[in-house]
Design a protein around this ligand. Structure first.
Ligand code: SDX
Length: 427
């Protein structure tokens, strides 16, 4: 009778170790190895956690082979086309899409919570004008915890929701203020008459006094198509199971630190160009390549094992097929290219890279496909968003995922402090 267990045999002395197989509602099952060291005196060795589940979760599911992504069971394609970002925030946090009344109440709450404590503004003055917005975002989010120490002791579910809604609502303002600081412009406060996504574009673009650019036909408007494009980008970035920055947020959460310093740690981890920072690096790289004629040369560099050059926006730890988010953004690029006059030169270089890489043995055998960051930069550029704000936009989208994962880890009665071991090879 085949028991639902997994047996390991130590061939040095034929000892057998038997462990339960844990069922999954979707995707791979897992062998419960938690007693392995205690029983065998051995560690499992898996740098980068390529084969390790470090938690169980009900939030987001990815099937890397099929290029499938679901938030609370809903396919990303459905959410990106039929719902907006606030629906997705509500779905992730509350495990259900909001009713009409719930949506109105949620929207209004976030509008009123978008303002920063006035004292936080002084922090911005301590940064040089050329400070990267990601460093300001990380510092300001940690500083935000000092204004809301009560979130160190969350009792009721309502406490958790207030804490989560607050950070989701304030991150766009923190990011917009960081941008305004970097251009030496005064801060534009949130406008409670504007929706979440429109408000962010408004806080980036408005002139002191709060008016948008004046043209012979009156004040410029923020176009619906721009709002929809950015809103979809937020949705596509909302969560992504146990990626590097989410793992950091859960780890910081496991020590009992304030939720906002856990989010700040996630912001710092996301900044790396191997992770969320890739979207900024993709545009840098397309500009470095400079023309379609140069693409072959850079593809050769990316393939050269002795050259550290990597094709930014390509490859993924989980997706060994097209990143479904990249597919949606690629479609959006086509739709927006006319309406938002996307930079055709950059798009042509990107398309050339994609066509060569997808037919090249090096990329095929390593299953390297374009990921979300490969396409987001061209669209954000067309929204006149400066490159150093690309990763802050990833932060705005991902904050709801981080805080939802943090809440799930805190409310897990079996949660333990994250404390892996090592294979010691020193003296
Ligand atoms: C994000 O995890 C998530 O979910 C992240 C994310 C999210 O939503 O949270 O999806 C967001 O971070 C997307 C990824 C953005 N990063 C980039 O685009 C940077 C470029 N990509 C690579 O650095 C890399 O592909 C990673 C970091 C994304 C994944 O790295 P892995 O899984 O550890 O793979 P690896 O480094 O072991 O590479 C496997 C092979 C190696 O070749 P060999 O040693 O076998 O010869 O593929 C090669 C690598 O050299 N390779 C690349 C490459 N990516 C991997 N070669 C050239 N260009 C690349 N981009």
């Amino acid at each position: 009778m085949n028991k639902n267990t997994f047996t390991l045999i130590d061939n040095r002395d034929q000892t057998e170790y038997e462990y339960p197989i844990l069922g999954a509602s979707r995707g791979p099952q897992a062998v419960d190895m938690s007693k392995f060291y205690q029983e065998s005196g051995l560690f499992s060795y898996d740098p980068g956690f390529t084969s390790t589940a470090n938690c169980s979760s009900e939030i987001t599911f990815i099937n890397g082979e099929k290029g499938e992504l679901r938030y609370r069971g809903h396919p990303i394609e459905e959410l990106a086309t039929k719902h907006n970002y606030l629906d997705v925030c509500y779905l992730l946090l509350h495990n259900k899409l909001p009713s009409k009344e719930e949506k109105v109440a949620f929207d209004l709450e976030l509008r009123h919570r978008a303002f920063l404590p006035e004292g936080l503004r002084n922090l911005y003055d301590s940064f040089p004008d050329n400070a990267h917005p990601m460093s300001i975002l990380s510092a300001a989010t940690t500083a935000l915890s000092t204004f809301y120490y009560e979130h160190l002791s969350l009792e009721t579910q309502e406490d958790y929701y207030v804490m989560a809604h607050r950070i989701i609502a304030k991150i766009p303002t923190i990011a917009a203020f960081a941008y305004r600081k970097s251009i030496g412009a005064s801060y534009i406060y949130p406008d409670i008459d504007k929706s979440f996504t429109e408000n962010f574009l408004y806080m980036l673009r408005a002139y002191p006094g709060g008016k948008l650019k004046l043209t012979p036909n009156g004040h410029q408007e923020i176009k619906d198509i721009e709002i929809k494009a950015l809103d979809t980008i937020f949705t596509l970035h909302a969560d992504h199971e146990q990626n590097a920055s989410t793992t950091v947020v859960r780890s910081v959460g496991s020590t009992g630190a304030h939720p906002y310093v856990a989010i700040s740690s996630g912001i710092s981890a996301l900044w790396g160009r191997a992770h969320g920072g890739a979207n900024e690096s993709v545009i840098e790289q397309l500009r470095l390549i400079g023309s379609v004629e140069n693409v072959e040369k850079y593809i050769a560099k990316a393939k050269d094992p002795n050259d550290p050059f990597r094709l930014m926006g390509f490859g993924h730890r989980v997706y060994k097929n097209f990143d479904p988010r990249a597919k949606i953004l690629k479609q959006m690029q086509v739709e927006l290219s006319k309406e938002l006059n996307l930079d055709s030169e950059l798009m042509q270089i990107a398309q050339k890279i994609e066509s060569i890489a997808l037919s090249d043995e090096y990329f095929i055998e390593r299953k390297l496909y374009p990921n979300i960051d490969f396409y987001s930069g061209v669209i954000l550029t067309s929204l006149k968003i400066p490159r150093e704000m690309f990763t802050p936009i990833f932060v705005i989208g991902r904050t709801v995922g981080w805080i939802t994962q943090w809440i799930e880890s805190k409310q897990n009665p079996k949660a333990k402090i994250v404390r892996p071991r090592q294979l010691y090879t020193g003296e």
